[in-house]
Design a protein. Structure first.
Length: 214
């Protein structure tokens, strides 16, 4: 398959921030005298829509609304977001794809305006044709913005590739007719990603090498 456009997930795929998401959530859990999550537990239960993940943690929405909990998490994450850095092979990979003449975009469940700001802060904006984030902070899923992104491109989904780190990325790609490649190590473990049947790559560099045939 010859791909003409590459969609990247942001959190956990380009930005190494799964540890920060877990740390912020554990701060919330400590404040409620609830059990904290290990890395293994976090990866086992993290999911989309994020509301389901909150339920698996043990939050009682009859006592605290999902919306209030979600905003508490966002405030904690945003106050520390600059602690998260890019994976070490991101810059070189994006540059190699750009030099090969392929267009790239980001498809993320992150709030759109914040996504634009953070991608720019990391000096990556010039690599991307467009950025597609969510219109709220509650990360319900990425299918709607993925569909809009494809319509804006005017490109057949069969010629597009989505690279992510979660089962939801595979679900989005399947729903939209895109190919999906997954990179473990972010928000979900290898076993969950293997269940999708999508190709798995150890690093972004390995995925880029496969994409470019190098």
């Amino acid at each position: 398959m010859t791909f003409q456009h590459v969609f990247w997930d942001w959190n956990g795929t380009l930005l190494d921030d799964a540890w920060l998401c877990r740390d912020v959530m554990n701060t919330m859990l400590r404040a409620r005298a609830m059990p904290e999550m290990s890395e293994t537990r976090y990866q086992e239960i993290f999911d989309f829509p994020v509301r389901l993940y909150y339920e698996r943690i043990g939050f009682d929405f009859s006592r605290e609304s999902f919306e209030d909990l979600g905003m508490e998490f966002i405030r904690g994450y945003e106050s520390r977001r600059r602690e998260a850095v890019l994976y070490p092979d991101v810059q070189d990979g994006l540059q190699a794809i750009a030099k090969a003449g392929l267009h790239q975009s980001i498809l993320s469940a992150y709030h759109h305006d914040t996504l634009v700001s953070l991608v720019s802060e990391h000096g990556l904006r010039g690599f991307f044709h467009d950025l597609h984030g969510h219109d709220d902070h509650y990360a319900a899923g990425k299918v709607p913005q993925g569909r809009r992104a494809l319509e804006a491109l005017g490109m057949a989904p069969a010629h597009t590739l989505l690279i992510g780190d979660t089962v939801h990325d595979a679900e989005v790609a399947a729903e939209l007719g895109m190919t999906c490649w997954l990179i473990p190590g972010g928000n979900q473990p290898v076993a969950r990603l293997q269940s999708t049947g999508c190709p798995l790559f150890t690093t972004r560099a390995e995925a880029v090498a496969k994409l470019l045939g190098t």
